[in-house]
Design a protein around this ligand. Structure first.
Ligand SMILES: Cc1ncc(COP(=O)(O)O)c(C=O)c1O
Length: 464
């Protein structure tokens, strides 16, 4: 069956949309909405902007999906990919290497904090999280603590969709259709201080309280059974929960006390999102494992991985020990070459410096929206912000499921796109708008984001 083309934009634009409606299974999307609602078709990008199939220019306020750090349409990265594909498109990292894989491993290890010196490549973030859990489990088996296998993560946090990563993900709604997921995942509270007004005047005490919940969970489960704690430097899902002062320092203390590994899931936060190569640097803590993906190539080719401390690696370096885990396309040579070129762009164009010198402006510009009745809280760090939407600013009353459905899916998602802004309207926790623009952005882009949000959120208020 094919879709009647009349319902879609005309010409080539309509063909793509109807092909997608008929044959493309889109991720995390309500497929049943189509063909009634045409699938948005994005055709090209340049810098901070993308164009759709109707020729509309749209500001990419989400870097695709927290990915395109250096901006769209860079020929230099495309040319590096083409050159590597022509020279050697593929060879696996299974007992072999290619020059670019080895060089990238060394370069990433050099950028990573402390003694995180060993890089295991994957093709993306979920596989990186999965790999980190498996590495943690085997590590403890190798050092004679075979019962240590459980993982602790935070409520509402997203860590990916493979069965293991899904067990670490703290979103019950996302798991319910796939239960039982891998056993061994346990949840603790996140650091959403907006929803803990009792700590409003003392964020340090809140950090202590939230970190201590991790100790409590380790004790409940039994320290001999807990392998790792998975935390993002700034938690994406729920809307950019930053760590309160002292939080990660206390978590590190707890992990050391009970011999539990601290995994910093930096699939979003690494590679400049927070103005540093790694979020752990920004918040001054030393993880045992860092997981990364997305920004490492700015999306010009897929890649992910984990970086592991020397001490953790030791038992894997002796005798016949082998991590029986691998992925055909992990560390793909084209992706590795692109990642190296991407990191060159970071240095040449001083992208970390750009984020650090402009982040206050980004915050201040978004905070202007606080005069709108629907804006409850603006929070985040670097180029990574969430705006929580509320029904009542004074009571912080949130929207019920029906209202949230009408507001986010029924109106905001397409209204923002139509008004010229890609961002995320998300209700995995309380409803939020999320922003993560390319790291090349400056004040003019922030102003444009603010103006579009102001007009669309003002209209949204009239529809509640
Ligand atoms: C913190 C975190 N971990 C893991 C993942 C999963 O990454 P991927 O979609 O590349 O599998 C994501 C994706 O957004 C993420 O934000």
């Amino acid at each position: 069956m094919t879709t009647a083309i009349e319902e879609y934009p005309t010409g080539a634009a309509g063909v793509t949309a109807s092909r997608a409606a008929d044959h493309l299974w889109m991720h995390f999307a309500r497929q049943g909405r189509h063909p009634e609602t045409p699938v948005p078709v994005v055709t090209r990008g340049e810098g901070a902007y993308i164009w759709d199939n109707r020729g509309r220019k749209i500001l990419d306020g989400l870097s695709g999906l927290f990915v395109v750090q250096v901006g769209h349409g860079r020929r230099d990265l495309a040319e590096v990919a083409a050159k590597q594909a022509a020279e050697l498109a593929f060879f696996p990292v299974w007992g072999y290497t290619t020059p670019v894989q080895a060089e990238l491993a060394e370069r990433v290890a050099g950028l990573a904090p402390g003694d995180l010196n060993r890089v295991f490549f994957t093709t993306g973030g979920g596989e990186a999280v999965e790999s980190a859990w498996k590495a943690a489990k085997q590590y403890f088996k190798l050092i004679g603590k075979p019962l240590k296998h459980k993982v602790i993560s935070r409520a509402i946090a997203y860590h990916g969709t493979p069965h293991g990563a899904l067990a670490i993900t703290g979103l019950p709604n996302m798991k319910k259709d796939f239960e039982p997921v891998a056993p061994g995942g346990f949840r603790v509270p996140n650091t959403n201080i907006y929803r803990h007004p009792e700590f409003a005047d003392d964020p340090k005490a809140f950090g202590r309280w939230a970190a201590d919940r991790i100790e409590e969970a380790i004790l409940f489960e039994g320290p001999d059974t807990v392998a790792a704690v998975f935390l993002e430097p700034v938690q994406n899902s729920g809307g950019c929960f930053t760590p309160p002062p002292g939080y990660f320092q206390r978590v590190r203390e707890i992990c050391d006390k009970y011999g539990v590994l601290l995994v910093s899931d930096e699939v979003i936060c690494a590679f400049g999102r927070l103005g540093y190569y790694f979020g752990a640097e920004r918040y001054g803590y030393a993880p045992d494992i860092i997981t990364f993906a997305k920004g490492v190539t700015s999306g010009y080719s897929p890649l992910g991985g984990m970086i592991v401390r020397d001490e953790l690696m030791e038992p894997f370096l002796t005798g016949t020990a082998t991590f029986l885990h691998g992925i055909t396309f992990a560390g793909h040579p084209v992706s590795s070459a692109v990642a190296l070129a991407n990191l060159d762009v970071f240095e040449r164009d001083n992208l970390l410096g750009n984020v650090r010198s402009n982040e206050d402006g980004f915050r201040a510009t978004l905070e202007k929206l606080s005069d709108l009745p629907i804006v409850g809280n603006v929070r985040g760090a670097g180029y990574f912000y969430g705006i929580e939407l509320v029904k009542d600013k004074n009571t912080k009353e949130t929207f019920d499921d029906d209202e949230s459905e009408r507001l986010l899916r029924g109106f905001l998602s397409h209204a923002l796109f139509d008004a010229g802004l890609v961002c995320r309207a998300d209700d995995r926790g309380d409803p939020v708008i999320q922003l993560a623009p390319p790291l090349i952005c400056t004040q003019e882009h922030f102003d444009e984001i603010e103006q579009i949000l102001r007009s669309v959120l003002t209209e949204a208020w009239t529809k509640i």
